[in-house]
Design a protein around this ligand. Sequence first.
Ligand code: KG4
Ligand code: ZN
Length: 354
Amino acid sequence: MPPRRKYFDMYDISSFKIKPEPVILGIESSCDETACAVIRGRKLLSSCIISSAAEQAKYGGVVPEIASRAHTEAVDEVVLKAFDRAGVAVGDVDAVAVTYGAGLLGALLVGLSFAKGLAYALNIPLIAVNHIRGHLAASYLDDENLQPPFITLLASGGHTAILHTFSYSKFEVLARTLDDAAGEAFDKCARVLGLPYPGGPNIQRAAEGGSAVIDFPSAQVKHSRDLAFSYSGLKTAVINYCHNLAQKGLAVPAADVAASFQRAAIEPLVLNTVRLACERGIGTVTAGGGVVANAYLRQRLTEECKKCGLKLVLPQIAFCTDNAAMIAAEGLNKYLAGEFSPLDINAAAHIPLG
Ligand code: KG4
Ligand code: ZN
């Protein structure tokens, strides 16, 4: 390790005291949402988001340069809004939790640099949070008394997995996708159907007017010992189905395609989550990630958990997609464990799930 520069010597991580009910400021800027939230202990005081999604929609997806510029323009405003709504002053903050990865580097650096500046100026702990750990921590916001262990369904734009969560910091991956993530598949299917970005909510909307009558292949990998998922076969089936109709000059029944895709994509996630909870004798199921905002998934997971007598803790829809409340929630777990970050921590585009 090269010696730390003088500038950072003035910031001494080992000098910070841990309070039982800290006020934590969360900052998130990994993709197209600039978000800031304030929590006191597990109580959420405010959560604000300024999104560049509408601007990104013109290009059919997230353009990294546009995202970085939008974060730069929005970060001050969103932080001030979060303080105002929480009724908290800058000087009341005990720690700053911020996403350092995974995500778009230029976008991450805006939030991370802002958080470093604030932590240094206030001489309070900086807590660098893995975005995916943030998605997993969103459930803690919904139930202040929630404690591991539980079985967790993670379904986002970059990850799809079922985890056994042992403690606030330890989990085991029980099942995962072999290729695309579920959210990616929703976005690709939306593109094939000519639906705008972001794809997931638009597939959900289209599916509401249709029926799941088309027999697309399930995202469940057959004969897999490890309950693996695969979304590439399902995606190809949707593309082929639409192209075949188009070649014959026939209209694509978009609502039925959306409903059929949604069923094939989500059923194995729900059934395997519940199956693993039962097999492992774990009575509580949690979930996180953008796809968990999906109404069909929420309804099916609720039904199946009820059938099997499992307690289900689902984050509110606003805390499934990207937000800073979940970053603050994971920040609290790390704060209480004394896991503070040095000021020279860098942003990371990729962080393995575990
Ligand atoms: O968790 P997230 O912000 O992504 C990562 O952190 O990777 O989730 C974004 C993903 C996108 O793929 C989006 O299409 C999907 O979540 N999504 C949905 C819904 N809302 C967002 N997918 C299905 N139904 C929804 N209602
Ligand atoms: Zn996310």
